[in-house]
Write a protein that binds this ligand. Sequence first.
Ligand code: CAA
Length: 246
Amino acid sequence: MTQRTALVTGGTGGIGSAIVRYLAGQGHRVATNYRDPDKAEAWRKAMAADGIEVCMVQGDVCDPTASEAMIRAIEEKCGPIDILVNNAGITRDTTFHKMTYQQWTEVINTNLNACFNVTRPVIEGMRARKWGRIVQISSINGQKGQYGQANYAAAKAGMHGFTISLAQENAKFGITVNTVSPGYVGTDMVMAVPEEVREKIVAQIPVGRLGRPDEIAHAVAFFTGDQAAWITGANLAINGGHYMGW
Ligand code: CAA
């Protein structure tokens, strides 16, 4: 397999860490951004202990200027970015009639506007080199909606609109753009849902359990491989059968 440079935004999180591990395991140079230096250093050491050296650059994906600087720093350290995984994401769950403007904008900025901020400085290089793989990590809740997540569901549905437009614009440049929509995976984000609510959600999953981060990473690796060149504009739902759209 050709060794490439991959950027996974929010790589220090639950699903992000699994994607970093998986792509590194395939022999790619993997980079991620971070905001909190102390948390990042602890994470970097844990990855290094497993033999995974990650190129880490500080940068807030909500800020377009900081994102561009972050991309240039990664390119300087690790080479041109051929694989981009827009994974950084947060929740601010509450019913819409109680939602503040801040809860709305924080979620839209981190989950959706970040796709612009990070992809924009990367896309021209991919087009010039005539090769690229872009994957958005969306969510089951962008497909089916979720009580308490008007902000998150709007952002996650928007990510797929972004995918299918970019897929059309960049197909002839050897760039594929796809979405992975995880269901409820056993990460800190899902474990923050109150236990009694979470138990009711798990009861709705035909496979009968939460997903594992590596089960999401596996799909990202599938989309980013050379052999996936004819798959673009797709949305792969990985949710234990919780939502079966088509
Ligand atoms: N459908 C219908 N009614 C519901 C409901 C649902 N899914 N969930 C809650 N309600 C009802 C409750 O039964 C309750 O009704 P009564 O007042 O008649 O008793 C009412 O709504 C208020 O519910 P809560 O007391 O729970 O309200 P709250 O304000 O304390 O909390 C909430 C609301 C924040 C939405 C909370 O229910 C919650 O956290 N829900 C889970 C949201 C969720 O799934 N988040 C996913 C996070 S993980 C993630 O996002 C990753 C991913 O991509 C999958």
